[in-house]
Design a protein around this ligand. Structure first.
Ligand code: BMA
Length: 385
C-alpha cells in the first residue's frame, strides 16, 4: 500500500486552502483561462511536480482491458497493483456526429458515469478529441485536404457546421457535474500532436496562424457556452527545439499545461534513443514552462505491447525522474478481440506486470489512493487525528 508514500498529500492536507486559492494563470481577470475551481487542479499538479511526484494516468481504464469488456469496477492497472490510476483519460471522438458512442465504442453516458466516479475517488480527468474531418467527412486521420482548418474558421464555408460540433462538445462537458451540481474540472487537450501531419489539424495541413486561430476559436466558443471548468493542455508530439515547440503556441491566456506526446516504438533496440529524446524534450519544456509560469506533463506515452519486462523502472522512470513532470498518461489497453497487441499498461500476467508493481511502490508515483487523501472528507479525518 502506498497511501502515505508521498509528500504531495501532506502538503494539501496541511494547507488545503492552497488548493483552493492558488492560481497559476497569468493575464487580467477578463481573459483568465480559469475560474477558481480549476485553479485547485492546477495547483495540485504544480505541488506534485515540486515534490518530484507525478500522477499516473491511463486512457480508457474503466471501460475495457486486454481480456475483458465492461466489467464493473475493473481496470487492468487495478488488477495488477490494486489501485486505480490517478488520472483517467477519455476521448470525445465521435461526439461531433451526435452518436451515443465514441470512436472506440465507449458510450458517452458510461463515460460521464466513470468521470464522476474518478472525481469522487479524488482522481483527475483528461479529455482528448479525435474529431472527424469536417470538410471531407473522413476521420481525424484524413489528411487528404489542406484547407480543412481554414474552412472552419470564422468566414470559412464550414464554420457553422463546426460550431454545431462544438455545441455537442459543450453539452457533454457541461454535463460533467457532481450530485450537488458542481462542475468537475477536466484537463482538455484539443488539437494534439499538431507538429506531426497525421491529423487534419497537423503541421503541413494548416499554417501556424490558422492553428492558433483554431485553438482560440475552440476555447472562446466553449467559454461562451459556459464551459468554465477546463484546464487547457497544449500537447504537440515530441519536438526538442524550443522554436518548434512554440511555433503554434496560442499564448499564455489560452494554455495551462505544457504537454508532450511521445511513444517508445521499437522495443529494446530503441530504448536508449527514446530515453534520450524524451529527456531533451523535457529539458526544453522545463525551461520554457518556467518562463511562462506553467506546469509540464507527458500527455501521452507508452510502449505498444510492452515487450520489455522492466520498461517502467528502466525506461519510463529514468526518462522523466529529473524533470518536474506533473502527470504521465499511457494510452489505452484495447480489447484483444477488437485490436490485437494494442495496449500500453500491463494486465495480470503480462511481461512487465511485476516491474509495474515496483514502479507503483516508488515514492514518486501517485495513484488514486494517494489522491483519496486529498478529498475534503479525508482532510477532516486527518485533522481530527
Ligand atoms: C489511437 C488508437 C486508435 C484509437 C484512437 C483514439 O492512438 O488507439 O485505435 O481509435 O487512438 O482513441
Amino acid at each position: 500500500m502506498n497511501y502515505f508514500k508521498g509528500t504531495l498529500v501532506y502538503i494539501l492536507i496541511l494547507f488545503p486552502t492552497i488548493a483552493k486559492s492558488g492560481n497559476l494563470s497569468t493575464g487580467n481577470n477578463e481573459n483568465k483561462v480559469n475560474k477558481t475551481d480549476v485553479s485547485g487542479t492546477i495547483q495540485l499538479l504544480k505541488n506534485a511536480a515540486e515534490q518530484n511526484e507525478f500522477l499516473f494516468g491511463h486512457q480508457d481504464f474503466p471501460f475495457y482491458g486486454v481480456h475483458w469488456l465492461g466489467d464493473p469496477g475493473r481496470s487492468d492497472v487495478k488488477d495488477v497493483c490494486k489501485d486505480y490510476p490517478a488520472v483517467l483519460g477519455v476521448d470525445l471522438g465521435g461526439i461531433e456526429s451526435g452518436g451515443d458512442k465514441n470512436l472506440d465504442g465507449v458510450p458517452f453516458n458510461k463515460m460521464r458515469e466513470e468521470i464522476i466516479s474518478q472525481y469522487k475517488r479524488g482522481g483527475l480527468i483528461t479529455v482528448s478529441w479525435h474529431s472527424r474531418n469536417p470538410l471531407t467527412g473522413g476521420d481525424a486521420w484524413d489528411v487528404s485536404n489542406k484547407t480543412v482548418v481554414r474552412s472552419i474558421l470564422p468566414q470559412g464555408t464550414n464554420h457553422a457546421k463546426f460550431t454545431g460540433w462544438l455545441d455537442r462538445v459543450a453539452v457533454f462537458l457541461n454535463s460533467l457535474k457532481t450530485d450537488n451540481g458542481q462542475k468537475i474540472p477536466v484537463i482538455f487537450r484539443p488539437w494534439h500532436e499538431h507538429m506531426g501531419s497525421w491529423f487534419w489539424w497537423g503541421q503541413e495541413l494548416c499554417t501556424p496562424e490558422e492553428y492558433k486561430k483554431l485553438w482560440k476559436m475552440t476555447v472562446s466558443y466553449l467559454r461562451k457556452k459556459k464551459v468554465d471548468h477546463l484546464v487547457l493542455a497544449y500537447s504537440p508530439n515530441l519536438v526538442v527545439d524550443q522554436k518548434d515547440y512554440m511555433q503554434r503556441y496560442p499564448g499564455d491566456k489560452w494554455v495551462d499545461i505544457f504537454g508532450v506526446d511521445s511513444y517508445h516504438t521499437g522495443g529494446t533496440k530503441d530504448a536508449i534513443a527514446f530515453i534520450s529524446n524524451l529527456k531533451k524534450g523535457l529539458e526544453m519544456m522545463t525551461y520554457i514552462a518556467k518562463e511562462h509560469n506553467k506546469i509540464i506533463a507527458i500527455t501521452e506515452t507508452g510502449s505498444e505491447g510492452l515487450p520489455m519486462p522492466k520498461w517502467w523502472t528502466q525506461v519510463l522512470y529514468p526518462s522523466i525522474s529529473s524533470y518536474p513532470v506533473s502527470y504521465v498518461l499511457v494510452w489505452r489497453n484495447a480489447n484483444e478481440k477488437l485490436k490485437k497487441n494494442h495496449f500500453y499498461a500491463p494486465y495480470l500476467g503480462q511481461l512487465s506486470a511485476d516491474d509495474f508493481v515496483e514502479f507503483y511502490s516508488f515514492r514518486a508515483t501517485v495513484f488514486a489512493k494517494d489522491m483519496q487523501l486529498l478529498l475534503p472528507s479525508n482532510r477532516q479525518n486527518q485533522a481530527i487525528k
